[in-house]
Write a protein that binds this ligand. Structure first.
Ligand SMILES: Nc1ncnc2c1ncn2[C@@H]1O[C@H](COP(=O)(O)OP(=O)(O)OP(=O)(O)O)[C@@H](O)[C@H]1O
Ligand SMILES: [Mg+2]
Length: 348
């Protein structure tokens, strides 16, 4: 769908893209990066709207430097910023965009009704867009990207400004753009966790450079950990420590959740186990059963994008803090959790 080769974009004071080479296959692909990583710059180059300083890129086999208008005929684009005229209705606006893409009037009206229904805008579609909520505006922006039945859509931060329910709905719509219509999707976000649920493939960029490009399942395998909490028993008055020792003996990497915990009651008893494969779940279950402990919870935790971007120095510093917490905890359970909490506050 998309291929870039040593693609760079230099502004007078910033290098927005730095020799980026990446191939994107059909399906739903997430483009993840912090603010200023170069996501929007890449999208504008792919649309042929902004020339690259160096390197090459092609979209659907077309050269972005020469075939910009042919690319825009077959590609839909949802820009990140608010771009809707306030005094026209969604229907008028999307019909207009369909006509601009070359659809005849009757087809434009039909496709507009279909796409607005797909994104979940009904009676509101006849009202001026100036009175729309952010969620409704994002839906209209998605509809105008789809109305001319493109082969590929480039969606720039479609969940921006949405509440958690709105985010989930938008991510569901995006997934269905591919499953129901067979349209490929490139969607940007600064939240990895959000894209993990929607995308087949994830590309991470930072400072205009490619950090990682891999299938979502590889990604979550590498970044998943399992939060485990157990009860104490007469045999094991400190069940958490007993479990930790046993899991480490079984070859697993275990850390107290400590600082990273959700702050819920008892979160200082939570252990984070690195997931190395399907068998990790069995090992944890069998170990708990073997010790005769009660299982309070066992849940998947995902690392967040911030942790991928964390520099090695910071990572070492954090590991050191975790290690300190870890050596305290097994010592004297009652006092240790109080210390652990103190540490967390200091760190915060
Ligand atoms: N027209 C421009 N002139 C000068 N600098 C620019 C221009 N457009 C982008 N930049 C710079 O290029 C870098 C990448 O910007 P870009 O908008 O691509 O980031 P982004 O990943 O989309 O960020 P965000 O998540 O905030 O939308 C930033 O440092 C930005 O300031
Ligand atoms: Mg952007």
């Amino acid at each position: 769908m998309i291929a870039t080769e040593s693609l760079s974009k230099r502004f007078p004071r910033v290098t927005a893209l730095d020799r980026l080479s990446v191939d994107i296959a059909p399906g739903v692909t997430g483009l993840v990066g912090a603010n200023g990583a170069g996501k929007s710059t890449l999208i504008k180059i792919l649309l042929g709207l902004s020339p690259a300083s160096e390197g090459r890129a092609s979209v659907l086999g077309l050269d972005v430097a020469k075939d910009g208008s042919a690319i825009r005929e077959s590609v839909g684009y949802m820009p990140e910023h608010d771009c809707l005229p306030p005094d026209v209705s969604a229907t008028e606006f999307v019909v207009h965009m369909a006509r601009m893409s070359g659809l005849p009037p009757s087809a434009a009206r039909e496709r507009t009704a279909d796409t607005l229904r797909h994104v979940g805008l009904y009676e509101e579609r006849y009202r001026p867009m100036g009175g729309y909520s952010t969620g409704m505006k994002q839906r209209v922006k998605l509809a105008q990207a789809l109305v001319h039945d493109p082969r590929l859509v480039l969606l720039d931060e479609p969940t921006n400004g949405l509440d958690p329910v709105g985010r989930d709905e938008m991510l569901g719509l995006i997934r269905r753009v591919h499953t129901d219509f067979g349209i490929s999707v490139l969607v940007t976000s600064h939240l990895l966790g959000e894209l993990e649920r929607t995308c087949d493939h994830v590309v991470v960029i930072d400072g205009g450079k490619l950090l990682r490009s891999s299938s979502t399942s590889d990604f979550t395998q590498a970044t998943a950990s399992l939060a485990v909490e157990v009860t104490d028993t007469a045999d094991h008055p400190d069940g958490t420590t007993a479990l930790r020792t046993a899991l480490e003996r079984a070859g697993l990497t275990v850390q107290p959740a400590g600082r990273g915990a959700d702050g819920a009651p008892g979160s200082d008893h939570v252990l984070l186990v690195d997931v190395v494969g399907e068998e990790t779940y069995d090992t944890v279950r069998d170990t708990i059963a073997g010790l005769g402990l009660g299982l309070v919870r066992m849940e998947q935790r995902r690392h967040r994008i911030a942790e991928i971007f964390r520099s090695d120095d910071e990572a070492e510093a954090t590991d050191a803090v975790d290690a300190v917490d870890g050596t305290r905890a097994p010592g004297a359970p009652a006092a240790a959790s109080a210390h652990g909490k103190g540490g967390a506050v200091d760190a915060a």
